[in-house]
Ligand binder design. Structure first.
Ligand code: AMP
Ligand code: ZN
Length: 117
């Protein structure tokens, strides 16, 4: 049993605004949204980062991607969105349980990484 915050959300020990749940994944609204649509999709099993992910997790990781469009549309992002998975220190990961951000409009979310001249 993991003490991590997203595992606690999976176990319903702390509240979250859940959008979708099945046996492998959970989707819930980000607590500090950066755009009108901003939710997270996570594997229910604890996987700290994409470095720890392996073929044991392929069904959950596949479902995260496979459900992203339908859930984004349901959440109101009907004209595109961005899916982001941060990994580790360089990727600026803050919560060490793999999660995919789904971030959407209505305005374009901007360039992925601001280029320095
Ligand atoms: P990252 O930098 O990719 O690790 O992003 C972590 C994200 O988790 C941030 O966008 C946080 O706002 C979000 N977050 C942290 N705690 C919670 C929570 N209890 N419920 C929902 N989202 C959360
Ligand atoms: Zn966890």
């Amino acid at each position: 049993m993991h003490d991590c915050i997203f595992c606690k959300i999976v176990r319903k020990e702390i509240p979250a605004r859940i959008l979708y749940e099945d046996e492998d994944i959970l989707a819930f609204h980000d607590i500090r949204p950066v755009r009108p649509v901003h939710f997270l999709i996570i594997p229910k099993a604890h996987v700290a980062t994409l470095y720890e992910a392996n073929m044991d997790h392929h069904r959950a990781l596949g479902r995260m991607l496979a459900m992203s469009g339908e859930l984004a549309r349901q959440a109101g992002a009907t004209d595109g969105f961005r899916a982001i998975i941060n990994c580790g220190r360089v990727g600026h990961q803050e919560v060490y349980h793999v999660h995919m951000h789904v971030i959407g409009g209505p305005e374009p979310v901007g360039p992925m990484i601001v280029r320095t001249p």
